[in-house]
Design a protein around this ligand. Structure first.
Ligand SMILES: [Zn+2]
Length: 562
């Protein structure tokens, strides 16, 4: 009998023991097609989360055992794609204007009238109504919009709605009148006042330099400091909302942002995307010391609000003809762009900041601009010794083919924004010629040469939506789609890789690849579930793909339809 009791208690101990071995999860995702980005275990069915972290990744049966009924939250992914949260490695993230009328992706121009009408109803007479990002190529009729869309609903308010590219603006008759623009006003040099071919009246579309003629005639709204603060706060909340709805669980802001505002968001439980904030690169020792202090306050070991990198500019842009090139522009043989500062000064700043241990990221567009920053990073290694510095080439847009292997050799990160490629390709080849275009937005060549890539958007230059970047990276076609193989199809990459650069690559670029950017036990539970399977859908479905769940640090911060 005694023996039976002993063996029974051993059996009970074993059962209890094995039960306690199975950790209970706070949150479980089951029935998913999990793309982990973890090379050792690329796919899975289910994920278990405890607190801020992933504790297990595996089969449905393994993870289901970690569910405690009445305690564990369970998300049934319904066979949908589950991936790490998007990490935008280059984004000018900040508070949005709560009154701005967002018109991106508008296909029916009457929507513009509706939205302006609603905003006028919320505004005082004379208050300026602002909005934009419309693109008439996306309208059903593909016609330029006119002031007729606005006049009926805004007789007493000035309205200005920018086109997506910012080069043209639609204004109402109130603004035309305040600006003194009539059918008799001639086009200024480098500008166009669009006029009705029949009546000769201005249509409300004002392009390029003609925008300088605009006087809004607005009645400025006086606000108390408290009202201003409330608006600013609303703007932060809106920005956070936009990011989480798009599955962006981390943002890396190149230059400045208000650390304290984000601390307040965190304290209030409103920080739903992790944020790195950088400062401008400087040679000023006192400032650099301040940045060292700031980095101590917001250290790399942190997970939420961190000091990022020191940012500099070596040149301008291709669009405006200010990218620094070795040879003149194809369409402007008199110019090879602009350097933002003498190279010697730039190099000195890089060497100095590198010595203090800072990470440095430099905006570089032209082939010479990119060459120069690689030279400066190389010089820093020679002078200060090689370390895990992870300096960054922000944009890495046009590269000499011979510079491509230098990224991996120097450990320089190619921080790229795929949507720039599909927005700029229309004029890029015209400006730099076919030969140099071979090294433009060359993410595949960089990856093949061993470089680490980090993807982002450069929002608000481009939209924040990661689906656009993924689409651009795998198709190299414009947003409306086009026949054929895309622009320089040899640079297209697979969707798995595009997602990797947008998650793991971006995490690596901020020294967080040991805890972010993969779905792996011990990693931060930043997870996104999408409505379509990005890995299998045809390319014209990619940009229509929506996020259905966003989880940041183990918390469901967005669920569509809720
Ligand atoms: Zn930027």
């Amino acid at each position: 009998m005694k023996n039976i009791i002993i063996s029974l208690s051993i059996i009970i101990m074993i059962i209890v023991g094995s039960c306690t071995q199975i950790e209970k999860a706070d949150l479980v995702i089951i029935n998913g097609k999990v793309l982990t980005i973890d090379k050792d275990k690329p796919t899975a069915e289910a994920i278990a989360v405890k607190g801020e972290n992933i504790i297990a990744v595996g089969t449905a049966s393994k993870i289901s055992a970690m569910i405690e009924s009445g305690f564990t939250k369970v998300i049934d992914a319904g066979g949908r794609l589950v991936i790490p949260g998007f990490n935008d490695a280059h984004v000018h993230f900040g508070p949005l204007d709560p009154d701005y009328i967002e018109l991106r992706y508008t296909t029916d121009p009457s929507v513009i009238t509706e939205k302006v009408k609603a905003q006028v109803a919320r505004s005082r007479p004379g208050e300026l109504i602002r909005g934009g990002h419309w693109e008439h190529e996306m309208f059903i009729d593909k016609q330029w919009p006119t002031k007729d869309l606005l006049d009926k609903v805004s007789p007493n308010n000035p309205v200005m709605l920018d086109r997506a590219d910012g080069h043209s603006v639609l204004v109402n008759s109130y603004v035309l009148k305040a600006s003194g623009i009539t059918k008799n006003t001639p086009d200024p040099f480098g500008g166009v006042i669009q006029k009705d071919p029949v009546t000769g009246e201005p249509t409300g579309i004002v392009k390029e330099n003609a925008k300088e003629l605009i006087r809004t005639g607005e009645v400025k709204v006086e606000r108390t400091p408290e009202e201003e603060n409330t608006r600013l706060w609303q703007g932060y909340l809106l920005a956070m909302k936009e990011a989480r709805e798009l599955g962006v669980t981390s943002v890396q802001v190149p230059d400045s942002a208000d650390f304290e505002a984000y601390e307040k968001l965190k304290k209030d439980g409103e920080l739903t995307s992790r944020i790195d904030i950088g400062k401008l690169l400087t040679g000023d020792t006192i400032l650099l010391k301040k940045y060292l202090e700031l980095e101590k306050r917001y250290p790399k070991e942190g997970n939420w609000i961190r000091f990022g990198y020191l940012k500099a500019f070596i040149d301008g842009t291709i669009g405006s003809g200010t990218a620094l090139m070795f040879e003149p522009f194809t369409d402007n043989p008199k110019s090879s762009g602009l350097s933002m500062m003498p190279y010697e000064d730039f190099e000195n700043m890089v060497v100095k900041a590198d010595k203090l241990g800072f990470q440095i990221g430099v905006h570089a567009i032209g082939d010479k601009g990119n060459n120069l920053i690689l030279n400066a990073f190389e010089k820093a290694q020679k002078v200060n010794g090689k370390r895990d510095s992870r300096h960054r080439d922000e944009h890495a847009q046009t590269l000499q083919i011979s510079d491509i292997p230098r990224f991996a050799n120097l450990g320089v990160i190619a921080s790229m924004q795929p949507t720039h490629c599909i927005s700029d390709k229309k004029f890029c080849e015209k400006r730099i010629g076919a030969e140099r275009a071979k090294g433009a937005y060359a993410w595949k060549s960089l990856a093949d040469a061993g470089a680490i890539l980090a993807f982002g958007t450069d929002y608000q230059v481009e939209p924040l939506n990661p689906m656009e970047g993924l689409y651009a990276a795998v198709t190299r076609k414009d947003r409306l789609g086009e026949e054929g193989e895309g622009w320089h199809p040899e640079q297209k990459i697979k969707m798995e890789k595009a997602i990797e650069y947008y998650t793991y690559g971006s995490a690596y670029s901020q020294f967080m690849e040991n805890r972010k950017g993969m779905i792996k036990p011990g990693y931060l539970a930043d997870i996104v579930i999408t409505d379509k399977n990005l890995l299998t859908i045809p390319e014209n479905e990619i940009m229509k793909t929506k996020v259905v769940y966003t989880i940041t640090g183990g918390k469901i911060v967005y669920a569509s339809g809720k």
